[in-house]
Design a protein around this ligand. Structure first.
Ligand code: AMP
Ligand code: GLY
Length: 423
């Protein structure tokens, strides 16, 4: 079969690598892709928001399955457009992708269906938000309602910071229309875990757990980024936590979406915080996490295409997910200055070191081919993933492999997976 993947990051490279392993896949296209994806797929110069062009391409090339990796096209309704054209597509429709697209929606859903999450209020007026803050307890969390590249969350220590936050989100529109509404939320403490799942509208199958490192600097300092590294599984995600989440979070979320007439098919990513009061939902995403996908997919034993087709056809109940009994760590190699300002266009050396190395992966995020060279083309450049028998070994392997490649302004965190020492 012919598969089209929409997106251009490390996540889409990991999806492409899993698709390439499927015995059923003959040809992979990626719109727009990147230099690394180009080794597995034919990259086509169509942007993820160019819906008409994507639909036309899928029709003309008789694509059997389109996989939408990114949040923007999902929230914007690309799946609906492809379906209208009679094409097969993996991902939630627009009315279900709102689970990620609007934090106010997802908070209201959780409240209505008793799914554990932080206490909150939604605001459409900056004046009312300011008045609420006068009486609030600090720290407190402000969240822009819409998509903001993982950066629309502000943790405010006092009233002054919170007032500044309301101003920048709602008045200065730092995150654009994402700031039309604001969620003000109770500050929670605990360990974070990401659990990704396949959903067919009714049935949910969770994947192995992972943990992301969102801050730019070692020791969780600096600005929030898209993610600087991940490890899987999380040693803090115990059988007890899993049992609680199954009963109170996972299936209830799928059932709530169905009850609202917003049947969810695709990936639900549960961002959880393990608080003293039990696990609570921090956020939902309607897609694979990046870089979570880069540690979870390489450990999955199932044929990913089979699982995606079962989701589309509503027969996920026939499938059991299986993961390797090992661990994986991903260290992101970024451009110094990310997530604020950074230079691009530097030649990447040493990429051949990954050829034929079992258990090692070099997933491309911001890269581009220029003549014979592959050059840096983004803030996050590469995701270096390694497997190991356990987390310690995977971490050692990943950091060793992170030295195989080099480029000017290469930057990485040195403490990805350090939390496992505390487990
Ligand atoms: P989100 O995009 O909602 O996952 O938020 C980004 C990051 O902000 C999360 O990964 C947490 O580290 C932090 N965060 C979000 N909400 C809260 C909260 N209610 N309490 C404490 N930290 C939070
Ligand atoms: N790594 C977090 C995300 O994909 O949203």
């Amino acid at each position: 079969m012919k598969v089209l993947i929409v997106g251009s990051g490390g996540r889409e490279h990991a999806i492409a690598a899993s698709a390439a392993k499927s015995s059923r896949v003959d040809k992979i296209y990626c719109a727009p892709g990147n230099a690394g994806i180009g080794e597995l797929a034919e990259c086509v110069p169509i942007g993820p928001m160019e819906f008409e062009k994507i639909v036309a391409f899928a029709r003309e090339n008789e694509i059997d399955l389109t996989i939408v990796g990114m949040d923007d096209p999902l929230v914007g309704g690309l799946v609906d457009e492809l379906e209208k054209a009679g094409l097969r597509v993996f991902g939630p429709r627009k009315n279900a992708a709102i689970l990620e697209g609007s934090k106010a929606f997802s908070k209201d859903l959780m409240k209505k269906y008793n799914i554990p999450t932080a206490a909150y209020e939604n605001f459409e007026s900056p004046g009312e938000a300011m008045a609420y803050l006068e009486k609030a307890r600090f720290p407190i969390v402000l969240k822009a309602d819409g998509l903001a590249l993982g950066k629309g969350v502000l943790i405010c220590q006092n009233l002054e910071e919170a007032r500044e936050g309301v101003k920048s989100i709602m008045l200065d529109r730092q995150f654009g229309p994402a700031g039309n509404k604001l969620v003000i939320e109770e500050f929670m403490q605990g360990r974070e875990v990401s659990v990704l799942s396949f959903v067919d509208g009714r049935t949910i199958r969770t994947m192995t757990s992972a943990q992301d490192h969102k801050r730019a600097g070692d020791g969780d300092t600096g600005l929030n980024t898209g993610g600087m590294g991940t490890f899987s599984p999380s040693p803090f995600y115990t059988a007890e936590v899993d049992a609680f989440c199954r009963e109170h979070i996972y299936q209830p979320t799928v059932d709530a979406m169905a009850a609202e007439g917003r049947e969810f098919k695709g990936i639900i990513f549960f961002g959880l915080m393990l608080t003293e009061e039990g696990p609570k939902v921090l956020e939902y995403n309607a897609r694979f996490g990046d870089p979570e996908a880069q540690v979870v997919l390489p450990r999955m034993k199932n044929d990913m295409i089979d699982v995606m087709e079962a989701c589309i056809d509503g027969r996920l109940d026939e499938i059991g997910l299986e993961f390797e009994d090992n661990a994986a760590v991903c260290v992101v190699l970024a451009s110094a200055g990310y997530p604020v300002e950074y230079e691009k266009g530097f030649v990447i050396r040493g990429l051949d070191s990954f050829k034929d190395k079992e258990g090692y992966y070099c997933f491309h995020a911001g890269t581009k081919r220029v003549g014979e060279d592959i050059v840096t083309n983004g803030g996050r450049v590469l995701g270096i993933t390694a497997k190991g028998r356990d987390l310690m070994e995977a971490r050692t392997n990943a950091y060793r492999a992170a030295e195989w490649v080099d480029f000017d302004n290469k930057y990485m965190r040195h403490d990805i997976g350090k939390a496992i020492d505390e487990a």
